[in-house]
Design a protein around this ligand. Structure first.
Ligand code: C5P
Length: 230
């Protein structure tokens, strides 16, 4: 089974309020994107990586990793799902696409191992890393001013979807294309696969695999990076 990592890295990351897209910020001496690519390609099951970058990205080709033989670069799109689609169409139908956010550098190999087990599970089309929701969840009412609580959602059986997310490239490509044509809000690969009727396994993951989103996430990620083993 060939597993190809797909890394959407074409976002701007405006919530970081930085001078460059967050995947190019330095963490423990290397860019976030380099940590992410390294966590993937150093796993023995991952044969190559396809990264989607924005058309006018001035940073990527200065990275030492840019010319690595295992790396393919494609141009991303205006939404994350467009960037993933641009990468997935370069894969063969039967290859497994291990889609992972550039902004999640704290990925450990143990979680990849757990996710890869879905390949042997004939009851599901693929799977995603996820963590059970711990906090009480509120649905807000936002009309007219500051948000107020409308009601409390049950947190029973509620999970946070992380990445990587693992699906057959052919099935994922088709599910994304169907999602686009139906104007679905596709915020992760699983949402397109679910809409196409596939069963998706939830794999309980290490919560250290955070998506760097706000400035306060940087010191946290630096700490987690030192803890994880590759
Ligand atoms: O902005 P957010 O953190 O949700 O983005 C998740 C991942 O998707 C990031 O790695 C980002 O670079 C990527 N992305 C992309 N193309 C876009 C928007 C986001 O590849 N148009």
């Amino acid at each position: 089974q060939t597993v190809v990592a797909v890394v959407p890295a074409a976002g701007v990351g405006s919530r970081m309020q930085a001078d460059r897209p967050k995947q190019y910020l330095l963490l423990n001496g290397k860019t976030i994107l380099e940590h992410t690519l390294n966590a993937l390609i150093s796993h023995p099951a991952v044969s190559r990586v396809v990264v989607a970058i924005s058309a006018d990205d001035p940073y990527f080709f200065s990275l030492p990793v840019a010319n690595a033989p295992w790396l393919t670069v494609v141009t991303g799109g205006s939404e994350r799902a467009d960037s993933v689609h641009a990468a997935v169409i370069t894969l063969c139908e039967h290859e497994w696409a291990l889609v992972h956010d550039a902004a999640r550098p704290c990925l450990d190999h143990h979680d990849i191992d757990n996710l890869l087990m879905v390949i042997e599970d004939s009851k599901v089309a693929g799977g995603i890393l996820a963590t059970p929701v711990r906090d009480t969840m509120k649905r807000a009412q936002v009309s007219g001013g500051d948000p107020v609580v409308r009601h409390t959602e049950s947190r029973e059986n509620l999970w946070h979807a992380l990445t990587p997310q693992l699906f057959r490239a052919g099935e994922l490509r088709q599910a994304l294309a169907e999602g686009f044509s139906q104007d679905l809000a596709i915020t992760d690969e699983a949402s397109a696969m679910e809409a196409a009727g596939y069963r998706v396994a939830l794999i309980d993951a290490n919560p250290a695999n955070i998506k760097i989103t706000r400035p306060a996430d940087m010191p946290l990620a630096a700490f987690y990076l030192q803890q994880i083993s590759l």
